[in-house]
Design a protein around this ligand. Structure first.
Ligand SMILES: [Fe+2]
Length: 207
């Protein structure tokens, strides 16, 4: 029998946000807070309109959500623990340092909205926690980082193992958190649900 192993593996972390939270985050309160902040944030709304961004993101307008709103402070504290667990899993030698949350923002994607393929520069770990995932809304689409090298590679059979696929779709439910390394390209395909898809994304880095 041949021995076949996996090398240079891309890890994806998935857990319930509250599993590692000392003080639990109430999902309904988090959702209400996201909606209230979006309604009040005129600078953010103007930025989204200028950029042609569908829906709302606080990314460019509010850089201190955890300080301003206690519930986002709780989210960040819980995320700190998830990120530490993921770094452990990844075998990172952080030389006694800890990665810190350097950005945390709300995304509200209405029906028909998409978020095109991107990476998160200047960060080590990125991720999202899910606040509203209506029936029929989009999954997160993750892309094999080696695609640019695969000029003659055949396509992979649909029924091949998930870890062999070139694209992977993950559809978390409300209250879950996903983490990946920030260089991993991902996108949110079109939200086909009538209701908004709401999530909170974040970056962790050296400072
Ligand atoms: Fe992203």
């Amino acid at each position: 029998m041949a021995e076949i192993t996996s090398l240079f593996v891309t890890r994806l972390y998935r857990a319930r946000l509250n599993d590692l939270a000392r003080r639990k985050v109430d999902p309904e309160e988090l959702r209400d807070s996201c909606e209230a902040i979006a309604d009040d944030d005129e600078a953010g709304q103007a930025w989204c309109e200028e950029q042609g961004y569908p829906g709302y993101t606080s990314y460019a307008s509010l850089n201190d959500l955890p300080w301003r709103f206690p519930i986002f402070g709780l989210v960040e504290k819980a995320l700190d623990r998830h990120v530490a667990a993921f770094c452990d899993d990844l075998g990172f030698d952080l030389q006694g340092r800890k990665l810190k949350c350097n950005a945390l923002w709300i995304n509200i994607l209405p029906q028909g909205g998409t978020h095109a393929s991107h990476i998160h520069p200047h960060s080590v770990i990125s991720g999202t926690t899910y606040v509203a995932m209506p029936e029929g809304t989009s999954a997160l689409k993750l892309e094999d980082p080696r695609l640019p090298m695969m000029m003659l590679a055949p396509v992979v059979k649909k029924d091949a193992a998930p870890e062999l696929q070139r694209f992977v779709y993950v559809k978390p439910s409300v209250g879950e958190v996903l983490l990946w390394e920030s260089w991993l390209r991902h996108e949110v395909p079109m939200n086909m649900a009538e209701e908004d898809r709401i999530s909170v994304s974040f970056n962790y880095g050296w400072a």
